[in-house]
Design a binder for this molecule. Structure first.
Ligand code: PLP
Length: 380
């Protein structure tokens, strides 16, 4: 089945009990038992399983080519569940410009439970190899990363990880299964902030985990049920609904991105444009091997943070907000917003300039977006 078809027909999203074409919102916490322990359809209590969530979990499992899928109340709850696979004293290697919330959870929460980590540049696989310690158990990577869109070779990392008996975890939020399937390249686990492209309408916060094998699936399922960070039935319904249009949304976003990158590349006020559409983007060839489309995120630099604020004040169609991946275009300044929790010194070393602007391109008309941004850039 091709991707656009799988988005509609993947998983079991027709209601198996009534035949309803869309799985209804099963707004229930518990289920009647015929005799003690005799469950009618396998459902006992909604932390453990709920049919609306099950429909979503079966869909994401198919979309990511995995064996088991789990839905959580946020991307961070999903990522936290994956980190909980580890024991005290275990060590994780993480890409250095990882999402700020992941950085915060590791450095402020999981560190108190004895989990150790190093943030490294993962674009060069030999650097990862040199950073592996006896305690290392997991490599956690976003590709492309946020906001620098750094590309890591998923196949090469997975091969290295297998040699050292490590788990490879890919945060696939940016590409989504429509454009990139990390499990096909040997990764063990995929995580998503489904709040972003999968949901796609800025109306639900959610996270997903998909595993490459049953054993890992059972372990994640056990953690999900034990620690309870599940997605509720209303949000599971909304997310399933959002996923159906993922393909056509991403096609329009890719169309818009091409013209916007071209504008930025040619505008005098722009110091630098960061996007894998550009020939000089590091590891561009690797991105094209492991993904079938481009990220909807574009980062670019203007001369300083004041100029960046000016641009934001003058755009009308790009809404000033955190988050990304929805139908409406968003604009933000990472150094002041999403990445403010990363110390300035580290931020600068990584290449997140104070005057950097991040766009999350939406599905509006291409010409309108280009004209709006061009107008704003002309004002500085
Ligand atoms: C937003 C985001 C997260 C966190 O997800 P929430 O749904 O906000 O908890 C994790 N990783 C990436 C790449 C993100 O963009």
């Amino acid at each position: 089945m091709n991707k656009k078809t799988l988005l509609i027909h993947g998983g079991k999203t027709t209601d198996e009990f009534t035949g309803a074409v869309t799985t209804p919102i099963y707004q229930t916490s518990t289920y009647e038992q015929d005799e003690i322990g005799e469950l009618r359809q396998g459902y006992e209590y909604s932390r453990t399983a709920n049919p609306t969530r099950t429909a979503l979990e079966s869909l994401i499992t198919d979309l990511e080519h995995g064996t088991s899928g789990y839905a959580f109340g946020s991307g961070m709850a999903a990522i936290s569940a994956v980190i909980m696979l580890l024991d005290k004293g275990d060590h994780i290697l993480v890409n250095s410009d990882v999402y700020g919330g992941t950085y915060r959870a590791l450095t402020k929460v999981f560190t108190r439970f004895g989990i150790e980590f190093d943030f490294i540049n993962t674009t060069d696989v030999s650097k990862i190899k040199d950073s592996i310690k006896p305690e290392t158990k997991m490599i956690f990577i976003e590709t492309p990363s946020n906001p620098l869109l750094q590309i890591t070779d998923i196949q090469a990392v997975s091969n290295l990880a297998k040699q050292h008996d490590l788990l490879t975890v890919i945060d696939n939020t940016f590409m989504t299964p429509y454009f990139q399937n990390p499990l096909d390249f040997g990764a063990d686990i995929v995580v998503h902030s489904a709040t972003k492209y999968l949901g796609g309408h800025s109306d639900v916060v959610s996270g997903l985990v998909v595993t490459a094998n049953e054993d890992l699936g059972e372990r994640i399922g056990f953690i999900q049920n034990s620690t309870g960070g599940i997605l509720g039935p209303q949000d599971s319904y909304l997310l399933t609904r959002g996923i159906k249009t993922l393909g056509i949304r991403l096609e329009q976003i890719n169309k818009n991105v091409k013209d916007i990158v071209q504008l930025l590349n040619n505008h005098d006020a722009v110091v630098k444009t960061i996007h894998p559409l550009n020939e000089d983007h590091v590891n561009r060839d690797i991105h094209l091997q492991q993904a079938s489309g481009y990220p909807g995120i574009i980062s670019f630099e203007v001369s300083d943070v004041e100029k960046a604020k000016e641009v934001i004040r003058h755009t009308k169609l790009f809404t000033l907000a955190e988050s990304l991946g929805a139908v409406e275009s968003l604009i933000s300044v990472p150094s002041l917003m999403t990445h403010a929790s990363i110390p300035a010194e580290i931020r600068h070393k990584e290449g997140i300039a104070d005057g950097m602007i991040r766009l999350s391109v939406g599905i509006e008309d291409t010409e309108d977006l280009v004209a709006d941004l061009e107008h704003a850039l002309n004002q500085i």
